[in-house]
Design a protein around this ligand. Structure first.
Ligand SMILES: Cc1cc2nc3c(=O)[nH]c(=O)nc-3n(C[C@H](O)[C@H](O)[C@H](O)COP(=O)(O)OP(=O)(O)OC[C@H]3O[C@@H](n4cnc5c(N)ncnc54)[C@H](O)[C@@H]3O)c2cc1C
Length: 272
């Protein structure tokens, strides 16, 4: 069995934004909060207890800013004041949390085999750990269970080659979500400040609002249970490339004929 692991240069550290004194969320809980800073970023996701889990993704030891440099309380306080001044008011104990919480590694592992004869089979993260930037790692593990149970039903029960059949069927899809998750890391970190990308995101929002049969790459991956990760990746990437090229050529998305745009794009993207 060959095991190939690729780590990002980046690691992550979790911090916490507690609820306000009145017990409310300290920020809008129905928004994705991202602080993109080029080579690094911070995000915050709401919890049921009205706190937020904040995650700082930062290079371990490369670039102008990195975890290795943040080794004193003063350097941590200066770093947060410089880059996340609006967040530190919400995290009164951020410097203490910073030193108490570990730095997590971020890696993707692809294994050449998941099974041994009819004796053992890996599923979930044991077979295909991925970076967390699509929020799909756990879903992918549940999909493994779902498709294995479908396969058992199709085959009329356990058979000698069922593990191999499962692996052949599932691996292209776990490879696809692994690659999409890495893509999304670079997209969230670098591109949310890119003008063409911001126009494309606004345009896709309009397309999804106006056409129930239009799905962005993110929606295909996340919400379409009739579409595999592999198909969502191929179709979504083709759609993204077409839309980004289009947005580079326009000044604003205000006066665009959405029907014409969708027809033009669909013709091209259907041949991906
Ligand atoms: C920062 C971060 C954010 C994430 N965000 C999301 C998200 O938003 N959405 C999403 O879907 N996924 C997310 N994930 C991924 C998700 O957590 C994993 O994909 C999921 O937990 C994998 O489940 P699993 O059961 O395959 O493996 P695990 O959750 O790793 O479970 C394996 C279990 O086996 C136990 N174990 C290990 N060795 C032994 C042994 N020898 N004997 C007995 N027990 C053992 C371990 O202790 C562990 O409890 C995120 C992951 C990270 C790191």
């Amino acid at each position: 069995m060959d095991i190939h692991t690729e780590f990002l240069d980046h690691g992550y550290k979790e911090l916490n934004i507690p609820p306000t004194e009145k017990g409310e969320f300290a920020m809008d809980p129905n928004a994705l909060h991202i602080w993109p800073r080029g080579d690094f970023m911070m995000i915050a996701l709401p919890n049921l207890d009205r706190s937020f889990t904040v995650t700082l993704f930062l290079s371990n030891d490369q670039g102008a800013e990195n975890f290795a440099k943040l080794d004193t309380q003063q350097s941590v306080v200066e770093f947060f004041k410089k880059y996340f001044s609006d967040a530190i008011d919400l995290m009164p104990t951020f410097d203490r949390q910073f030193f108490n919480n570990p730095i997590g590694l971020l890696g993707t592992t692809k294994c050449s085999k998941w099974s041994f004869e009819d004796k053992a089979l890996l599923m979930g993260d044991a077979a295909h750990p991925i970076v967390p930037f699509y929020g799909q790692g756990m879903n992918c593990g549940f999909e493994d269970c779902y498709y294995f149970s479908e396969l058992l039903a199709d085959q009329g029960g356990f058979s000698k080659d069922i593990f191999q059949l499962f692996e052949n069927f599932r691996k292209p899809h776990s490879d696809a979500i692994a690659d999409l998750a890495v893509d999304n890391f670079y997209e969230m970190r670098d591109r949310v400040n890119d003008i063409a990308f911001v126009k494309k995101a606004a345009l896709e929002f309009k397309l999804e609002q106006n056409f129930p049969d239009y799905f962005s790459k993110y929606s295909m991956v996340t919400f379409r249970e009739d579409m595999s990760y592999e198909e969502a990746m191929l179709r979504g990437r083709a759609q993204d490339n077409w839309l980004i090229d289009f947005c580079k050529k326009i000044d604003s998305i205000g006066s665009i004929d959405l029907v014409e745009l969708k027809n033009n794009m669909t013709q091209k993207v259907n041949n991906f």
